[in-house]
Write a protein that binds this ligand. Structure first.
Ligand code: FES
Length: 280
């Protein structure tokens, strides 16, 4: 399977906003704000747009190379934190959620003390899938193959016929494979590679202030939709962060605030310097 044929499965969740977000006073200092407004007005005056100073070309191989895709899977998807679920999806002690992260089966649990855990959803005996239900509430998980049992903290609890079949086994050495996991900003963050040496808090530090301000602990999952797209993942990400297509693809929505809309400047209405200046 080549990278361009590979299927990027995207799961996104829509959450309902349940709190009013007050303006964050430290979001931007006044000097920077005025500087940006002047920059935007300059662009507006010249009928220009904000562009990089140089044209960037992307090699087609970056999107089609299997070697590149394999490297990305190892270095990006397997070793950096993913959002496993929202904290409210593990709403009570014993709650669990089954997810797939970076192609790996993952079991998320909340223990008696309220702590979230993440494990590979794989039996440590013969590798059977431990949990099939998508979510639920259990304090003990029993493997559907030979019925070894684990607590929701990952400890091996029971082995049928242990005395006869496994007399010397040290159960403390056969817990579920634990994945790095922390619960922060309302979300359960998981690194899918159990051997990854990642400080999740350090990784999230640059966005910590914004995440705290968003107060996502107070949100609830309103709807979950899973999309499967046959494309390279970078095309999706890059398409999501460029605005060049707005006035064409989203003409009936964002197109209404596209450069042709602002009556005063013919610039982007939502970032129009003149409109912003008028409201100073
Ligand atoms: S494979 Fe799970 S108990 Fe044997």
């Amino acid at each position: 399977m080549t990278a361009y044929q590979s299927v990027s499965k995207i799961t996104y969740q829509l959450v309902s906003v349940t709190t009013y977000q007050p303006v964050r006073e430290d979001a931007i200092d006044r000097e920077t704000e005025l500087s940006l407004l002047d920059e935007l007005k300059g662009l507006s005056d010249t009928g220009s747009a904000y562009l990089d100073e140089t044209v960037t070309r992307s090699a087609v191989e970056d999107y089609t190379s299997q070697a590149c895709f394999d490297l990305e899977k190892r270095r990006v998807f397997s070793t950096l934190p993913h959002i496993g679920c929202h904290g409210t999806e593990l709403s009570e002690p014993g709650a669990f959620r089954r997810v797939e992260l970076a192609g790996k089966p993952v079991l998320l649990t909340r223990d008696h003390d309220g702590k979230a855990h993440a494990f590979l959803n794989v039996c440590h005996h013969r590798g059977a899938r431990l949990v099939e239900d998508r979510h639920g509430c259990k304090h003990v998980f029993s493997c559907p193959y030979h019925a070894w049992t684990w607590s929701n903290t990952g400890m091996l609890r029971g082995i049928p016929h242990q005395k006869q079949g496994f007399p010397d086994i040290d159960k403390s050495q056969y817990g579920l494979i634990r994945l790095p996991c922390v619960e922060r900003f309302g979300w359960v963050w998981v690194v899918p590679d159990p051997s990854a040496d990642v400080d999740i808090d350090a990784h999230l530090a640059p966005i910590a202030a914004d995440m705290e301000w968003l107060d996502m602990d107070s949100l609830q999952i309103a709807q979950e939709t899973e999309l499967t797209c046959a494309t390279n993942w970078k095309l999706l990400v890059e398409g999501g962060i460029e605005a060049y297509h707005f006035s064409v693809v989203h003409a009936k929505l964002l197109g209404r605030i596209s450069p042709t809309i602002c009556p005063a400047t013919n610039a982007l209405a939502h970032i129009c310097a003149a409109c912003c200046l008028a409201s100073r």
